[in-house]
Every structure is written in structure tokens, then in C-alpha cells.
Design a binder for this molecule. Structure first.
Ligand code: COA
Length: 341
């Protein structure tokens, strides 16, 4: 496991935004599409509904742009002051042609450079470390980090083991040099290539380019061995969080909130149990959105932004395809009321 340490200039999240499509796909809707039922889905995953971008023109770049615009407008931020736009996603608009430059152009961030970051469900967490490193090194002042995924574009809606889990959404945060002692403190990250056999899209990459057989076997869709992914997720999310807490001598009493990747309510519960933290401190919104991959953590930040107080200690933990995983420790930089104009 590789560790990242903060340097002289502390980076902080100073603004948050989000976007989810209006269209809701409920468990009852899924009952009409595959052999499943509301009770099974809720008890096995905690999910009640998810958002789906039905308009084919509303791809990940659109979701990301809407989340970024929400952040900029809410906080009255001039897009020309942004230095870097990072988009964490596994569902880019196009395989060749990074989505982030499109988003930067759409929001008017003409002075920014932009690129995508692919670490599946850990994408936003890895993006936080990347954004913080650019600020820590004094290279850039304003980094817009967006986690966005249109999971409905890679889900097979005849496969009941995956279609119940995923949803579409986007969240955005702004990283800047902190103007107080609070901000991004530290993170731990890990990965293991064993994951490629348990969670993947088989065709469409350089290993298996698209062919007629791809569509016949429906290999353009995401597949997983759910039970195996479940076990790895609980192990690595809890171990990463505990490693970070031990490193900083943090007990569960010291921490105000844990923000876990929203993969499955049972994964979240098992992770919280292993960390030993009370359920009230564990933030959850999976019931509304399902698993939105790179968007789950910024959607949590957006939903709970008004709850956080300056100085709150937050632990993020995530796990995703690859496998990739990690945890981040952040002290919250602002009080919601005071921050807004
Ligand atoms: C996918 C997941 C919800 C399945 O839950 P589970 O408790 O592991 O269920 P299993 O896969 O063991 O299947 C149990 C039974 O339910 C059935 N089942 C699977 N999906 C079903 C559905 N949507 N509705 C009803 N029954 C279903 C299975 O066919 C199986 O039946 P069997 O015992 O007759 O073979 C769970 O494994 C999971 O969440 N894994 C992690 C997924 C994830 O987060 N991936 C993203 C990466 S972060």
C-alpha cells in the first residue's frame, strides 16, 4: 500500500456541486424488467431507486458539466480562474477523446487544462489525492474535480445481478489552497490486478476489440462476481480507513463522519462494523441513487454539505474495479452558511 503525505500548502475543498437526472428507475420498475422484487433488492443492497439519464445526448460529459455549473453558480465562481479540470469516470463520452476537456470548454474554463482519471469506484478518491497534490506542490491554485458516470450506458438491463445496482449521476468539488488550518490531510491507496477477473467489461478494450461476437454475447456490458467483489470491498475499505486512522492517532470518537463509497448498504454496514464506528456517523444516500461509481462520494458531499462544520474530521473510503481502493482523511474547511454569499 502506497502512502501520500500532504506538503507545505494544504489543499481544501471549498465548494461542492452535483447533478442527477430527473428520471427515476424504481425497484418496482425493475420488477417489470427482470425476475426480481423490491424486497430482495432492498434487503440485499439498500437501494430503493436510482436516476437514469434516458436522453441519449445526456452522456457523462453532460452530467459532469451540469454538476460543475451547479458548483460555479452556487458559489459565484468565475470559470476563467480554474487551472485544471479533472473528470473521474469509467464511462467517458468517447473512448478516444478525453471527457474532461469537453467539460472544461462547456463551462467556460478556457484557461484550464483537463484530463480524465480512471480508477472505477475509487476514481473520485484517487482524484482527491491528485487534485491535492497539484495544490500542495504550488503548481496550481484551483482544481475542479468531478466524479461522473452514466452507468446505464454499460449496464445490461436483462441481467438482474447488475441492473439493480447502478445509477447515473455526477458530483463536483473545488480544491484550493486552504485559508485556515483545515483541508486534505492524508490518504492511503492500494490496488490489485486480481480484480480484473471479478469485475469488468470484457470487450471493447485493446484485449478484446469490439466484434460481431461482442454483441451476440453481450460482452459490452459490465459484469461482476458479486460475492467476491463484496468480500474484497469490505476488507479493503475497512483496512484502508483503519490504517489511516491509526497513522493519525484518530479514534472513532475523534471522527465526525465516515463517507464510504455507496456500493451496497451491507458493504457499508460491514465496513462500519470493522472500523467500529457508530452508524449515525456513516453517511448514506444509496437508497436514492444506487451505485453511481465515481459519483458516489461527491454526491454524499453535496447531499450532506450543510451538515458539515468547519474542522469536522471526515474519513472517505472507497473500493472499485481493478481492484482499486483507498481512504482519505480530510478536515472540513468551511461552515455552509458562512461560505455562501
Ligand atoms: C450483487 C449483490 C447485490 C448480490 O447479493 P448476494 O447476497 O451476494 O447474492 P448472490 O449473488 O449470492 O445471489 C443469491 C441468490 O439471489 C439471486 N439473485 C441475484 N440477483 C437477484 C435479483 N436482482 N433479484 C432476485 N434474486 C437475485 C441469485 O441468482 C442467487 O440465487 P441462487 O442462490 O438460487 O443461486 C452483492 O453480491 C453485491 O452487492 N456485491 C458487490 C457489488 C458491487 O458493489 N459492485 C460494484 C463494485 S464497488
Amino acid at each position: 500500500m502506497r502512502r501520500e503525505s500532504s506538503a507545505a500548502t494544504k489543499a481544501a475543498i471549498t465548494a461542492v456541486g452535483s447533478y442527477v437526472p430527473n428520471e427515476v428507475l424504481t425497484n418496482q420498475d425493475l420488477e417489470q424488467m427482470v425476475e426480481t422484487n423490491n424486497e430482495w433488492i432492498q434487503s440485499r443492497t439498500g437501494i430503493m431507486e436510482r436516476r437514469i439519464a434516458k436522453n441519449p445526448l445526456h452522456a457523462t460529459g453532460y452530467l459532469a458539466t451540469k454538476a460543475a455549473m451547479n458548483l460555479l453558480e452556487k458559489n459565484d465562481i468565475d470559470p476563467l480562474t480554474i487551472d485544471l479540470v479533472l473528470v473521474a469516470t469509467i464511462t467517458p463520452d468517447f473512448h478516444v477523446s478525453s471527457t474532461a476537456p469537453y467539460v472544461a470548454s462547456q463551462i467556460g474554463a478556457k484557461n484550464a487544462f483537463a484530463f480524465d482519471l480512471q480508477a472505477a469506484c475509487s476514481g473520485f478518491l484517487y482524484g482527491m489525492t491528485t487534485a491535492a497534490a497539484f495544490i500542495n506542490s504550488n503548481q496550481y491554485k484551483r482544481v475542479l474535480l468531478i466524479g461522473a458516470d452514466k452507468m446505464s450506458s454499460i449496464v445490461d438491463y436483462t441481467d438482474r445481478t447488475t441492473c439493480i445496482i447502478f445509477g447515473d449521476g455526477a458530483g463536483a468539488v473545488l480544491f484550493e489552497p486552504s485559508d485556515n488550518e483545515f483541508g486534505y490531510e492524508d490518504a492511503v491507496h492500494g490496488s490489485d490486478g486480481i480484480g480484473k477477473q471479478y469485475l469488468n467489461i470484457k470487450d471493447g478494450g485493446s484485449m478484446h476489440p469490439i466484434s460481431a461476437a461482442t454483441f451476440e454475447e453481450k460482452n459490452q456490458f459490465v459484469r461482476q462476481e458479486g460475492r467476491t467483489v463484496f468480500k474484497y470491498a469490505v476488507q479493503h475499505m475497512s483496512e484502508s480507513a483503519l490504517t489511516l486512522m491509526n497513522k493519525h492517532n484518530l479514534t472513532t470518537q475523534d471522527i465526525q463522519y465516515v463517507l464510504p463509497h455507496q456500493a451496497n448498504q451491507r458493504i457499508i454496514n460491514a465496513t462500519a462494523d470493522r472500523i467500529g464506528i457508530e452508524k449515525e456517523k456513516v453517511l448514506v444516500n444509496i437508497e436514492k441513487y444506487g451505485n453511481t461509481t465515481a459519483a458516489t462520494l461527491p454526491l454524499l458531499l453535496s447531499d450532506f454539505e450543510s451538515t458539515f462544520k468547519k474542522g469536522d474530521k471526515l474519513i472517505f473510503t472507497a473500493f472499485g474495479g481493478g481492484f482499486t481502493w483507498g481512504a482519505a482523511y480530510l478536515t472540513w474547511n468551511y461552515n455552509y452558511q458562512n461560505n455562501k454569499s
